[in-house]
Design a protein around this ligand. Structure first.
Ligand code: BES
Ligand code: ZN
Ligand code: ZN
Length: 522
């Protein structure tokens, strides 16, 4: 679906979407159009008593014989002045669903007379963002689609006060939509199409032309680095594992990296020898959604030229079964030197993260490290599929993640991790076991395991997004399927935490960071 921004003097014709405020109050263009249509809009509103202009309501009016306008979709927007960005995104998504349901190919959305604290060009861009999120499709492997099964909507025009201005406002969103689309594609592709090597290829392709340095570590290089934990997960696979590193430097004259984003990229998780029950195993093609989120976020940051230095890293492996598979009770040596007793081969994500977290800290010394992983089924038991869990003992950092979640709709909830839980990971013969022998609080156990691979100076939080990678049913904002969770969350975190700091005088910013981390250190 394409959209355009057109200037206020554009003639209205065909299908027109007309916002109507609460209590059916028409805006100036609405009033004029109603007159031009000989009162047909007001008449329809009167006849359909359930339509009151409440936010999200829709009323289709047609049958005009004397105008270039074929049909008007009245779009309830409620209390216009109170509307926030998220509301405009939602309205964009509602329009898209409505037009596709009606089989409309082209439509115009009247935006330039909406009065809100945001300017109308920004409102149009925000609606377009919602429309884009909702219209994501993945039909690559459908060979027999009929016309009716395909989305009808090809073109959406937003009428605004300044076309040029709206295009500028849209720029802020375009990278984000591309990042989210990339993440969704990577997650949706089946495991025989996206395995480590293909992930690398696809991502290189997608990042072409953007200011990101991409580095891929192959098996031999990872062996040399001593990434025995990550490699053990891929033992049974006939496919080459990779670690992908993305370097993005938005601050050219600063050498260090402010932030590391770390993603679990298990391209398929059978559980290994600790095999999963078969019924819903197909879900496990989503086990690389953390890696997809990191990749999508890196793309978005580079696209909009974020003023921050961010390194992304994803570990790409396949957890399958063969005669070479890791056995429950095998002991492996991680890059950190710590030995791990693999009591359950299905708790593999933490093995991957242990090594890439260590590598990224050793190599880039980031101040902050956030990881995203579909790590445990337990987090779904705790939080459903509506929230990801965030774990960490640095309250300032955890709050920054929660705030970014609230602002973007990538919802996150704080869950506990503490020293008491850490003891559950003691192993009889190695430094640490990969599961708790006593059981309980499985999502927190995952977090305390990861903590063993976090260095003293790193401020770290872990995001368990197992419930968030894939939506079984569509929502107002998104189609069913891969959600792209994490891309907006990370982008917003960078805006709030890193970009805000760079506009402060240097000394103050440095002092503040030092103070905060000292206060929150164990
Ligand atoms: N990839 C799974 C977690 C998962 C479960 C993601 C459901 C999405 C939906 C992870 O590797 C796993 O299997 N974890 C185990 C850990 C257990 C063995 C300690 C789990 O959650 O059962
Ligand atoms: Zn697993
Ligand atoms: Zn897994």
């Amino acid at each position: 679906m394409n959209f355009r921004f057109t200037n206020a003097d554009t003639a209205l014709k065909g299908t027109v979407i007309l916002p109507v405020a609460e209590n059916n109050s028409f805006m100036p263009i609405g009033k004029a159009l109603n007159t031009a249509l000989k009162g047909a809009l007001q008449k329809a509103v009167k006849a359909q008593t359930r339509f009151t202009g409440q936010n999200g309501q829709v009323l289709v009016v047609n049958g005009f014989t004397h105008n270039n306008v074929d049909q008007v979709i009245l779009l309830g927007v409620g209390d216009v002045k109170a509307l926030q960005d998220a509301d405009f995104q939602r309205l964009g998504a509602i329009i898209t669903a409505q037009l596709n349901q009606m089989g409309v190919a082209r439509a115009q959305v009247v935006v330039h007379d909406i009065e809100n604290k945001s300017k109308n060009t920004k409102i149009a861009a925000t609606m377009a963002f919602g429309a884009k999120l909702k219209s994501y499709r993945f039909d690559n492997y459908k060979t027999k689609m009929t016309k009716e099964q395909k989305p009808s909507l090809v073109q959406l025009d937003f009428v605004v006060s300044s076309r040029a201005e709206a295009q500028k406002d849209w720029k802020a969103f375009s990278g984000l939509t591309e990042g989210i689309y990339l993440a969704r594609d990577l997650v949706t592709e089946p495991p025989n199409k996206i395995y480590a090597e293909k992930f690398v290829e696809r991502v290189r392709q997608s990042l072409k032309g953007l200011p990101i340095r991409v580095k891929a570590l192959n098996k031999a290089q990872m062996e040399k680095l001593g990434m025995g934990a990550l490699l053990s997960v891929n033992n049974a696979s006939g496919r080459e594992p990779y670690t992908l590193v993305f370097e993005y430097k938005g601050l050219k004259n600063k050498k260090s990296f402010d932030l590391a984003l770390v993603g679990k990229g298990v391209t398929f998780d059978t559980g290994g020898i600790s095999i999963k029950p078969g019924m819903n195993m197909w879900d496990m093609k989503n086990d690389m959604a953390g890696a997809a989120a990191v990749t999508g976020a890196m793309r978005a940051l580079a696209h909009r030229g974020a003023k921050a230095n961010v390194v992304g890293i994803v570990g790409l492996v396949e957890n399958v079964i063969s005669e070479n598979a890791t056995l429950p009770s095998d002991v492996v040596t991680s890059m950190s030197g710590q030995t791990i007793e693999v009591l359950n081969t299905d708790a593999e994500g933490r093995l991957v993260l242990a090594d890439i977290m260590w590598y990224v800290q050793q190599t880039y010394k980031p101040q902050i490290m956030l990881d995203a992983a579909t790590l445990t089924g337990a987090v779904i038991m705790a939080l459903s599929d509506k929230y990801a869990g965030v774990f960490g003992e640095d309250d300032v950092l955890v709050n920054d993640v929660l705030r970014a979640g609230k602002e973007t709709g990538d919802a996150v909830w704080h869950l506990p991790m503490g020293a008491a839980l850490d003891r559950q990971l003691d192993s009889h013969i190695a430094d640490v076991a990969n599961i708790s022998v006593t059981g309980g609080a499985g999502a927190s156990t995952g977090a305390v395991f990861l903590k063993r691979f976090v260095q003293e100076k790193t401020r770290w939080a872990h995001i368990d997004m197992a419930g968030m990678a894939w939506s079984k049913s569509p929502s107002v904002m998104n189609p069913a399927g891969a959600s792209g969770f994490g891309v907006r969350l990370f982008d917003q975190f960078v805006r709030n935490v890193l970009e805000k700091e760079t506009v402060k005088p240097k000394k103050t910013a440095a002092k503040k960071t030092a103070k905060t981390s000292a206060k929150t250190k164990r």
